[in-house]
Design a protein around this ligand. Structure first.
Ligand code: R5P
Length: 293
């Protein structure tokens, strides 16, 4: 098995190769002045190759992935296992207004034809139950960072309450609670725009309690910031934030800090200075599981 990393994923690809005892090669990407990409792979590839590429910052990365998948097959690969810890375009799973393209279905339809197996972490599935419904043409495997997030909290010690900002977060918060031994509550969220949400907290004795906000994705940071504001208003002590996918759009960390969020921790699903939980072991286990099919 040969593991290949793109320039932006070479470090985690090497960690994965070490964990699997395989070779790690590099895919070179050159961006032309007009924004187009030139993708170069090792000229001779093994039967099974693992392409490691997170799909945050998705638009250019998707095109480069398409070029790499086709190039890998031309260079001898017969089976492509894609490890994409962050899977893009999963949040739009229906047309919220007439005329909208449903990106989850469209991207999933195409992506699942490029590869034989796709491994991802905590994909944002809301109105569908299983990843293979979004990725109908490949062997799709979703693994979760939540147990490791919970173990991280348990290792830190201390108490507090986990707070999921919306009903969609319940699936992850419950697992983090199980692994950490901490209690949890789930708030309700109304999205008013890309960077505007309204949060309502359920009843809980917040006064003096430390709170740890838990979600799959932090993008603009407004969901976390607004939840933190409500918690501070309810008298909570220290507020921190924990997530799988540290997308952090420009201004997100500043907005969270301004709302009183102290520490911010994330998994390595997206490389960021807040990464505290290395997902290499769960990714390696998922690759082994996929390759046994
Ligand atoms: C959506 O339901 C997700 O779970 C996150 O809550 C959301 O994507 C966070 O977005 P933002 O950081 O922009 O509020």
């Amino acid at each position: 098995m040969q593991i290949l990393g793109f320039p932006d994923s070479l470090a985690p690809a090497r960690r994965l190769a070490d964990a699997l005892g395989g070779d790690c090669g590099a895919i070179d990407v050159h961006r032309f002045p007009d924004g187009e990409s030139l993708v170069t792979l090792p000229p001779q590839l093994a039967d099974t190759v693992v392409l490691f590429r997170g799909l945050e910052d998705a638009n250019a990365r998707l095109v480069e992935l398409l070029l790499a998948c086709d190039g890998a097959r031309a260079n001898g690969a017969r089976r492509i296992i894609l490890v994409a810890p962050y899977l893009c375009y999963m949040r739009q799973d229906k047309a919220f207004h007439p005329g909208q393209a449903v990106s989850q279905r469209i991207i999933g339809e195409h992506l699942s034809r490029w590869v034989d197996d796709l491994i991802t972490v905590d994909p944002h599935l809301h109105r569908i139950a299983r990843l293979d419904q979004a990725l109908p043409h490949c062997n799709a495997l979703a693994t979760s960072a939540a147990p490791l997030l919970g173990e991280f909290l348990r290792g830190r010690g201390g108490d507090g309450v986990l707070v999921g900002p919306d009903e969609e977060s319940r699936q992850w918060v419950e697992q983090v609670a199980l692994a950490s031994g901490l209690p949890f509550v789930i708030a309700t969220k109304e999205r008013l725009g890309d960077r505007e949400v309204r949060i309502a907290l359920p009843a809980y004795p917040y006064r003096g309690a430390d709170a740890i906000l838990v979600d799959d994705v932090i993008s603009s940071g407004k969901t976390m910031a607004e939840t933190a504001r409500q918690l501070r208003a309810a008298g909570a002590g220290a507020v921190s934030a924990l997530c799988t996918h540290a997308l952090f759009a420009p201004g997100a960390l500043e907005a969270m800090a301004a709302a009183g969020i102290g520490e911010v921790w994330s998994s390595s699903a997206i490389a960021h200075g807040s990464n505290r939980i290395d997902l290499t072991p769960v990714l390696a286990e998922a690759v082994l599981q996929a390759s046994r099919v």
